[in-house]
Design a protein around this ligand. Structure first.
Ligand code: FES
Ligand SMILES: [Fe+2]
Length: 349
């Protein structure tokens, strides 16, 4: 199967993660979403708010300013905006500061399960709640947060995060890639808002991560999932006591740059406090290899003026992720009328 063009898909009617909540304190945080500069800050009650990062007065970035009594103060003339974008203070003006034309464009913002989420369309009422992550905050589970960035479309980053064949090659030793090769049965399913791959009969991965997950070996229950428009889940279960659930919220900073907010919930036979400090360095070592490849992929696609991909069945989810995103962009999900899709194949890892 061949695809050409670009895998960027504009899906603004959704929640996107912009920050790890505990890192958003008194300093305003600048970011971009679909290339639009935005700024997130906490108001006097600690509630997060997001504005377009452009002062309505003379268009200086509001993120250069500071937060004063819960209002974002522009660094140029000191206009102050509340969380709704209403200008409450114009220094030197003897009349009321509030005026429609002085209002900064605002985005709905929520704090949930340790992340700050922004609705992708300004001045709009969200039609859903932000996605919730399984097992985060559940008794017996530890949660580790991290944020990394990749060059490339959201699709390229999502496919990479869920792509099994590259793990025994690019991440040899860290993840899979021992001497023995295994035949695994894979079931790919696509629903109206998600697709998943279930790996059946997979022995414990032979790399460092596998040994941490299950020191005693055994067989793995492994699911990879993409949920529209920006959520990726990787789940490994080895026994009642060993469960790793990696949730990643992908944020399209622009057409070709993606930020990944990883929320890793896990329960292991080893004490969590011993393992937790290892999770982030190991995840980062794996991701550094991915980031290098994604950058090279992006540069080559740019140089050649577009993508030209050839896939096989072992590229289990990438084509389905793109299908779902394109269907959603056409208006509506991959419609209820579409038959649920299931396919089985054998993978050699
Ligand atoms: S540019 Fe922001 S107050 Fe003047
Ligand atoms: Fe990878």
């Amino acid at each position: 199967m061949t695809t050409e063009g670009t895998s960027f898909v504009h899906l603004p009617d959704a929640w996107y993660a912009v920050a790890i909540a505990k890192t958003l304190r008194s300093t305003p945080r600048s970011s971009t979403l679909f290339g639009q500069p935005i700024v997130t800050f906490r108001d006097a009650s600690g509630r997060p708010s997001t504005l377009l990062d452009r002062c309505p007065h003379r268009n200086v970035p509001l993120s250069l300013g500071r937060v004063v009594e819960g209002r974002l103060e522009c660094a140029y003339h000191g206009w102050q905006f509340d969380g709704d974008g209403t200008c409450q203070v114009v220094p030197g003006l003897c009349r009321v500061a509030t005026s429609r034309g002085r209002t900064a464009t605002a985005f709905e913002t929520r704090e949930q399960q340790g992340l700050i989420w922004v609705w992708g369309v300004p001045n709009a009422i969200p039609t859903t709640d932000p996605p919730s992550f399984p097992h985060v905050g559940e008794a017996g589970y530890h949660t580790v947060y991290d944020v990394v960035e990749a060059q490339g479309t959201l699709h390229a980053a999502a496919e990479n995060a869920l792509d099994v064949p590259h793990t025994s090659f690019l991440h040899r030793g860290l993840f899979r890639g021992g001497k023995a090769r295994n035949e695994i049965e894979v079931v790919v399913r696509r629903f109206s808002d998600r697709c998943e791959a279930e790996y059946i009969g997979e022995p414990r991965p032979s790399g460092l991560v596998g040994r941490l997950l299950a020191p005693g070996g055994g067989e793995v229950i492994h699911f990879d999932r993409f949920i529209l428009p920006c959520l990726v889940q990787v789940e490994y279960r080895l026994s009642e006591r060993s469960h790793l659930f990696v949730n990643t919220a992908l944020t399209p900073l622009s057409r070709d740059r993606t930020r990944l907010f990883a929320v890793i919930a896990f329960r292991l036979p080893l004490p969590g406090f011993l393992v937790a400090p290892l999770v982030r360095p190991i995840a980062r070592a794996i991701f550094a290899q991915d980031a290098r490849i994604l950058r090279a992929q992006h540069e080559t696609i740019s140089r050649f003026g577009g993508e030209q991909f050839h896939s096989t069945e072992v590229d289990a989810l990438g084509p389905h992720i793109l299908h779902l995103m394109r269907q959603a962009a056409k208006g509506g999900s991959s419609t209820a009328t579409e038959e649920p899709y299931t396919r089985r194949f054998t993978l050699l890892t």
